[in-house]
Every structure is written in structure tokens, then in C-alpha cells.
Design a protein. Structure first.
Ligand SMILES: Nc1nc2c(c(=O)[nH]1)N[C@H]1C(S)=C(S)[C@@H](COP(=O)(O)OP(=O)(O)OC[C@H]3O[C@@H](n4cnc5c(=O)[nH]c(N)nc54)[C@H](O)[C@@H]3O)O[C@H]1N2
Ligand SMILES: Nc1nc2c(c(=O)[nH]1)N[C@H]1C(S)=C(S)[C@@H](COP(=O)(O)OP(=O)(O)OC[C@H]3O[C@@H](n4cnc5c(=O)[nH]c(N)nc54)[C@H](O)[C@@H]3O)O[C@H]1N2
Ligand SMILES: [Mo]
Length: 762
């Protein structure tokens, strides 16, 4: 079943984008055997009247390029429009026990699911059932449980309309267990930014990239995970914006970019250098590095004051808009450079060079991703970036602000319309009034708590709106057997994945339309809407032929489950909503009148409409009413002590995957071909341990206690990675992460600093 698995490891010197990306695209299109329809759809991707890319959450510009898609967005389109199908005949041939031995790649490569399926324990196979049977079966089961023991997961891709309906279904049923992929991702942002600046999301617009004069860039990999970002980054670099990067790895998209849409660059082989400074700090070293920059700035300002020079900090801003500066400044002054150098892994000269760029810049954007959020001290990471930005008033003015880069295309939007386990984030009183029911008021389970509930047996059932929950979470080896003890598992999905192969006592697999496909309902073809990283909301129209006539849309499936589970409600007509999604948008507008004013009229505004972010205009919705400067708990965010032989493992995405969806075995920019079973290692560590490039090693969990978490036989790749740090691929490595190893407060699994030891494979 596999594609080319000949292993080759070699340096890749070409830029991000360019011919490499064209080639990669052609390869996947050929493999998925896609027809001309894909070309037509690619031309509609991210266009005001087209569909919103199903890959990442990067913004959709009001004036798009002719081809407003990237290599990985195009792969996602080809993946959804594949010509392969997984029909009931496929399941007649393969038992679940057999399929669970397949690789993630092979499972999804098998194609699109076509029919609703029910698991039959007697034959150990999924078998086709009718939609009515599936809904009736699920409803009958759900009615027997304590609703507070049922999990309603969502994976960040489903539209605002579906998400709103899904969160209502859960709450009307009586459950607030609404974790979503954000719990493994940017929840650290939602918690950290909320407490510091009173808004849980980024504060910039896409257009701020035209106005900034510096970008401070932490732990995000645009060449792979948000390649359309490379265009504004390239434009910034060209107009002399300083781009200062902090990342343990040299990521190609941050080094140089060749624009596949620029014929001159393509023909002449020219590329644009991106980063002006690149600091390869230790994994988990950001609080140290930022503390160093802050120390430099605060002390430079102290000196300026002494000699009556120009101030380095924006004192007027600090006085009017912030609290906590003095306490923080004292800590920064008192922190020794030796400590900063040790914790960050960077020499003082590098940190000072970065701080000097910051000091002379008038409008700075801070960008970050999973490199900051997925640590035990992730909130400290986010707070430290905010602190740095506040020192010179770099939040809430043109060309400046916080720019977290979100993951799934609608992950931010799902939270906006009620998919949240936190009662204070949902307008419960409003929902109670609008629909005449009493919503649950107790806090529900987030992802980590849902895992704990599965482990201790208190969870009874799991419903998943997309995603591959069991593969995306930590601690696979402990979780998988417990998963099968659930009484009911229901997955709404487009393709087969490992989570589906761990059926509970009763299990249904419900195949749905994807966003690129025509969604025909009673009133005609429907549109949906999503929210991007910049809090812009816009419409998306699918026009491709559905993968199968048997598929239902996500709203129709949610409505089907709701009608079979809940008592009829005169205030809510699920069928009317499915007939016309504009009615769902009307309902969303009633629930959230400030965010979704004139929703139906505004949704096709080119570039979308802005939901509004108070911190973007310096309205701080915090406890103090000001932006809060926080002192970090510790300079070490890993949550574990340093010890002999203990490494910090960061789990990474390759260029050929979307989360648990593995498109192929080629991580082009890092020079790895034909395999994912590798571990990147520093040369000095290898010499010290007597390991040579190409050796096989095992990674063993080192979280304390008697850890039996072990990943066997990874090939060592000598790599430019800081000493004491390792890199290897997610999701394969998730079995090394204990469920309890997560960010304080936000509970995001700490996937970027996992304590492990290395043993040679015997
Ligand atoms: N093609 C593609 N696109 C995607 C995805 C995908 O899998 N494939 N996933 C989507 C999703 S859901 C998300 S959340 C985003 C994820 O996108 P990113 O936020 O870019 O996530 P990662 O690739 O996990 O890692 C980010 C970077 O953090 C660096 N890093 C690791 N540890 C540290 C650290 O301690 N400090 C610093 N400064 N850097 C560190 C790594 O070297 C890596 O370059 O992308 C989205 N887009
Ligand atoms: N170790 C480690 N673990 C991590 C991470 C990490 O960096 N390291 N990253 C974390 C992050 S940031 C995230 S967001 C999570 C991702 O976790 P999830 O969101 O749960 O996982 P995905 O891999 O995105 O889900 C892929 C599946 O979604 C289904 N799907 C695709 N399109 C659609 C659709 O349109 N509708 C429906 N209903 N289903 C669809 C397909 O069946 C596909 O198999 O993983 C987290 N886990
Ligand atoms: Mo994510």
C-alpha cells in the first residue's frame, strides 16, 4: 500500500516554495488520481466567492493572488477530492483487528468513506447501515447515560454553522464536555492572552504586515504549516523589515523563499532571504531568551535615565495601559546573564543583538505557534512575549501586536460559537432564553480531563466531530485499551483513521461531505462560514461533486443525532436549519449580536468581516482593566529538572502531513525521504553517547516513576539541533508523552519538551 519508502537522508538546500513545492504537488495529485476537477477547485481556493482552504487558518486576503493556495493547501484539496473510495466492500474484506495494524498513511490513502457504518463485534467488522438506523441507535444509547459522562469532541475544521449546532446538541443533552483540538494547540494562547491583555486571540490584521518594521518570530514553521504566510513575510523582508527568529531548528521557510507564483524567481532560481537574525535556542528556552531581551531593554532604559538620554521604553504607555511593570523590571534586573544564557542556550551577544533590533523598531509584530504553547510553562511563554511587546507599546497600534498563528482552519471560530468546556466562555443565559432549556453550568472536561475520564473509566461515550482524537492525544499505549471500554463511540469523518479502529461496545462511523463539495439541501446549495487567525469571518461555497451520494453534510448529521436524542423543542426546528443554513446564521446572530451583526449579509465581504478584538484598540478586558505584565514562574518551561542522559524531545510535523493525516514520507526541507521513523540529534550528544548517524535507537519516556513508554527503532539523523534536544515526528511519538505532562492552566499536552532517554536498539 505504501508509496516510495526508499530511505534517503540528505541536505536540502533549495528554498521553501519554488520548484520543490510544484513537484511535491504534482506527486500527490498523481497519487490521489485526481481529475481535472481539482484544477478547477484550486482556482476557487481562498477566493471571495470560492471555498476556504481546509488546511490551515491563515487569512484569506480581500485581493487574492490568481492562485491563492500553497503546496500544502493544494495537498489538502487533493486529499479531500481523491478518487479512491472506502466502500462497505472494503470493510467486508478487512477486520478491524487487521486494519489497526495499518500505518496512518495507508488508512487515509484508502480513500473517502462512503456509507454510514456500524461495528459488529461478532465479525470484528464495520458493516453498512442506514442513516435512520444509525441515528436511532445513537439516540437510544445516548438517552441511557449520565450526560456529564459523555464527551463531545470537535477537531477545528467544521464550519461555524455546524459547530454552533453541535455545541447546542451537547448542552441541550446536558453535557458541557466540549473539548476541541484547541485544547492540544492554542488553548495556551486563549488562557495566556486573556489573562494578560483581556482578549483571547491575536490582535493584528493581515494588513499590519504592511506596516510593521520588525517581526519577532517564535516557534512556528510557516514553510510547512502556513505557507501562504510566506508571501507577506517575503514582502516584509524585501522592504527591509527585520525578522528575528527564535527556533531550535533552522526551518527553511524562515530562511529563504522562492515564490512559485513569480515566474522570474522560478526561472532564475532566485529566492528571498527571510530572517535577518536566526537564534537557535534550546527547546523550552524562550522565557530565558525573552527575559534576556527585557533585561537588556530595561537596563538600557535605566542608563538612559541616568544620563538624561532618550528613553528606551515607552513610559507613557506603561503608565497609562499596564500594571506590574516595576515588579517585573526588578526580576529582570536581578536575573543573572549566566542564568539567562544557560536557560536559553544562547550567548548574551545574540540576545542583545535581538534586543537592539527591538529597541529601534517602531512597530513590532510578535508571531508564535506550537513552539511556545506546547510546554508545561506555555502560559509563561505567552506572557513573556506580551511583556516584551508591552515594554514599547507594541500592542494596539498599526503595524504592531500579537500574531499567534492558529492551526485548523476554523479552530478559533469553533470556540467563538460555543464549543468550549468552560461555562464562562459560553453565553449560557442567552442560550437558556433563546431555546427555553437549562444548560449545564458545571465546567466540562477539556482534552486532558477527557483522557483522564477514559483512563479511570468514568467516561461512558465519545462523539467526535472530525479529527483523530486517540492518535492526537498523548499516551497511546495506555489510552487505546481503555478506549475500547467505552460503551459508545461515534465518529463523524471523511476518511478512515486509527481512532475509528478502536470501537467501543457500540460504534458508528458516519461519513460526511467535505467543505469543498457541493452541499445541496432543501433550499438549494448551501454555504458555510469560518473564522481565521485574524478573527475575520467569511463564507465558503463548496462546488465539487460529492465523494458519494450517500454522504450527509455535517449539519445534517448533527441534526440527525439531535432529533434522535433530544425531546422536541418548539423553539428549535433542526430540519429547518438543515434546509437552509442561513437560518442557523440568524440564530448565531441572535446569540452573539455584537460579533455577528448582519451575518448573512456580511459573510461574503472580500477578506471577511472582523468580529472585533478589544485589545486591538487598547481596551483591556482584564481583572485590573489594564494590560498585565506578569512575572514568569520559572525560566525553565519544561516542567522537569535537567538530569544526566535526559533529553528534551520536541514532536514535529513533517512537510508531508496535516496533523495525524500523513500525506507521504518526504520531509523535503529537512532532507528526510522515505521514512518517518527518525530522530534528529546533535553531533556532540552523538559523540558523547557513541552513536553514529544512521544508528537505530529507542526513545524511552523519562518522566519519573517506572516509565514503560518506549518507541523502538528510530534511525538517528545528525542534525543542527541544540545539544540536549531531540526532534521526532508526531503522532508516532505521542506514546512517549504522559497525559499528566501538560501546560499549567491551559492543559495543552507539553508535546514540545518531552523528557526522554536514548537507548541503542538491541
Ligand atoms: N501542512 C500542514 N499545515 C498545518 C498543520 C500540519 O500538520 N501540516 N497543522 C495545523 C495545526 S492544527 C497547527 S496547530 C499548526 C501548527 O504549526 P506550528 O505552530 O508551526 O507547529 P509545529 O510544526 O508543531 O512546530 C512549530 C515550530 O516550533 C519549533 N519549536 C519547538 N520547540 C520550541 C521551543 O521550545 N521554542 C521555540 N521558539 N520553538 C520551538 C519547532 O522547531 C517548529 O519549527 O499548523 C497547522 N497547519
Ligand atoms: N505530540 C504531538 N501531539 C499533538 C500535536 C503536536 O504537535 N505534537 N499537535 C496537536 C494539535 S496542534 C492538534 S490541532 C491536534 C490535531 O488533532 P485532530 O484535529 O483530532 O486530528 P487531525 O489529524 O486533524 O484529524 C484528521 C481526521 O479528520 C477527519 N476529517 C478531515 N476533514 C474532515 C471534515 O471536513 N469533516 C469531518 N467530520 N472530519 C474530517 C478525517 O477523518 C481525518 O482522519 O493534535 C495535537 N497532538
Ligand atoms: Mo493545532
Amino acid at each position: 500500500m505504501s508509496d516510495d519508502r526508499t530511505v534517503e537522508i540528505e541536505d536540502y538546500t533549495a528554498p521553501a516554495g519554488g520548484w520543490g513545492s510544484m513537484k511535491s504537488l504534482v506527486e500527490i495529485s498523481a497519487r490521489e488520481k485526481v481529475g481535472p476537477e481539482v484544477i478547477r477547485e484550486l482556482a476557487r481556493q481562498n477566493k471571495p466567492d470560492g471555498f476556504a482552504c481546509v488546511s490551515c487558518a491563515w487569512g484569506k486576503p480581500a485581493h487574492p493572488h490568481v492562485a491563492e493556495f500553497c503546496e500544502n493547501g493544494a495537498k489538502a484539496t487533493a486529499w479531500e477530492l481523491t478518487s479512491f473510495r472506502v466502500t462497505p466492500a472494503f470493510f467486508e474484506q478487512h477486520t478491524v483487528s487487521e486494519l489497526i495494524g495499518w500505518k496512518d498513511y495507508d488508512l487515509e490513502q484508502a480513500g473517502r468513506l462512503t456509507h454510514p457504518l456500524k461495528y459488529d463485534a461478532a465479525t470484528d467488522k464495520y458493516a453498512a447501515c442506514s442513516w435512520d438506523e444509525a441515528f436511532a441507535g445513537i439516540g437510544a444509547k445516548l438517552k441511557t447515560y449520565d450526560p456529564t459522562k459523555v464527551i463531545f469532541y470537535a477537531s477545528g475544521r467544521a464550519s461555524l454553522e455546524t459547530s454552533y449546532m453541535y455545541s447546542l446538541l451537547a448542552r441541550m443533552y446536558g453535557s458541557q464536555n466540549l473539548p476541541d483540538s484547541s485544547n492540544m494547540c492554542h488553548e495556551t494562547t486563549s488562557v495566556g492572552l486573556k489573562s494578560a491583555i483581556g482578549s483571547a486571540v491575536g490582535t493584528i490584521h493581515l494588513s499590519d504586515y504592511e506596516k510593521c518594521d520588525a517581526i519577532f518570530y517564535f516557534g512556528q514553521n510557516p514553510g510547512v504549516n502556513s505557507p501562504r504566510f510566506l508571501h507577506p513575510l517575503r514582502d516584509c523582508a524585501k522592504r527591509g523589515v527585520e525578522i528575528v527568529v527564535f527556533n531550535p531548528l533552522k526551518e527553511r521557510g524562515l530562511e529563504k523563499f522562492q515564490d512559485p507564483q513569480n515566474p522570474i524567481e522560478m526561472v532564475t532560481g532566485k529566492s528571498t532571504p527571510i530572517a535577518s537574525q536566526y537564534h537557535q535556542l534550546k527547546t523550552g528556552g524562550d522565557v530565558g531568551a525573552i527575559m534576556g531581551m527585557c533585561k537588556y531593554l530595561i537596563e538600557a532604559d535605566d542608563n538612559a535615565k541616568r544620563i538624561n538620554g532618550l528613553p528606551v521604553l515607552d513610559h507613557a504607555f506603561l503608565a497609562e495601559h499596564t500594571t506590574g511593570f516595576e515588579a517585573f523590571a526588578d526580576v529582570a534586573r536581578a536575573t543573572e546573564w549566566s542564568t539567562i544564557e544557560h536557560e536559553s542556550g544562547l550567548p548574551r551577544t545574540e540576545i542583545e543583538a535581538a534586543a537592539k533590533v527591538y529597541a529601534k523598531s517602531k512597530a513590532v509584530i510578535a508571531v508564535y505557534g506550537m513552539g511556545l504553547t506546547q510546554h508545561v510553562g506555555g502560559i509563561d511563554n505567552v506572557h513573556m512575549v506580551v511583556n516584551l511587546m508591552l515594554l514599547r507599546g507594541n500592542i494596539g497600534k498599526p503595524g504592531a501586536g500579537m500574531g499567534p498563528v492558529r492551526g485548523h482552519s476554523n479552530v478559533q471560530g469553533q470556540r467563538t460559537v460555543g464549543i468550549t468546556e468552560k461555562p464562562e466562555l459560553a453565553p449560557l443565559d442567552k442560550l437558556a432564553e433563546q431555546y427555553g432549556f437549562e444548560p449545564p453550568r458545571e465546567k466540562g472536561w477539556d482534552t486532558v480531563e477527557a483522557c483522564e475520564a477514559v483512563l479511570d473509566g468514568s467516561a461512558q461515550a465519545f462523539v467526535g466531530l472530525g479529527g483523530n482524537f486517540v492518535r492526537a492525544i498523548p499516551d497511546h499505549a495506555r489510552m487505546e485499551p481503555k478506549w475500547r471500554a467505552l460503551d459508545l463511540t461515534v465518529h463523524i469523518a471523511t476518511k478512515l483513521n486509527r481512532s475509528h479502529l478502536l470501537p467501543g461496545e457500540t460504534s458508528y462511523l458516519l461519513p460526511c461531505l467535505g467543505r469543498i463539495e457541493t452541499d445541496m439541501q432543501g433550499t438549494g446549495p448551501q454555504s458555510v462560514s469560518i473564522e481565521d487567525s485574524f478573527s475575520q469571518i467569511y463564507g465558503s461555497k463548496g462546488k465539487a461533486t460529492p465523494a458519494s451520494e450517500t454522504l450527509l453534510s455535517e449539519p445534517a448529521i448533527v441534526a440527525g443525532i439531535a432529533k434522535a436524542t433530544l425531546a422536541p423543542n418548539p423553539k428549535l426546528d433542526w430540519d429547518a436549519w438543515v434546509r437552509d443554513y442561513a437560518r442557523v446564521r440568524d440564530a448565531i446572530e441572535v446569540t452573539y449580536p455584537d460579533l455577528f451583526k448582519n451575518f448573512n449579509d456580511q459573510m461574503f465581504t472580500p477578506g471577511g468581516f472582523w468580529k472585533g478584538v478589544p485589545a486591538a484598540h487598547r481596551e483591556w478586558k482584564t481583572k485590573s482593566g489594564k494590560a498585565e505584565i506578569n512575572v514568569p514562574q520559572a525560566l525553565n518551561v519544561t516542567g522537569f529538572e535537567e538530569a544526566d542522559g535526559r533529553f528534551r524531545l520536541m514532536t514535529l510535523r513533517s512537510n508531508d502531513q496535516f496533523n495525524t493525516t500523513v500525506y507521504g514520507y518526504h520531509d523535503r526541507f529537512r532532507g528526510v525521504k522515505g521514512t518517518r521513523d527518525i530522530v534528529f540529534m546533535n553531533r556532540s550528544d552523538m559523540i558523547r553517547m557513541g552513536i553514529t548517524d544512521g544508528d537505530d535507537v529507542d526513545l524511552v519516556g523519562d518522566a519519573g516513576g517506572n516509565s514503560d513508554r518506549r518507541l523502538n527503532k528510530l534511525r538517528v539523523v545528525e542534525y543542527a539541533i541544540p545539544e540536549g534536544c531531540l526532534g521526532a515526528y508526531y503522532p508516532e511519538c505521542n506514546l512517549l508523552i504522559p497525559v499528566a505532562h501538560h501546560a499549567r492552566e491551559s492543559h495543552v499536552p507539553a508535546a514540545k519538551s518531552v523528557p526522554v532517554r536514548i537507548e541503542k536498539t538491541r
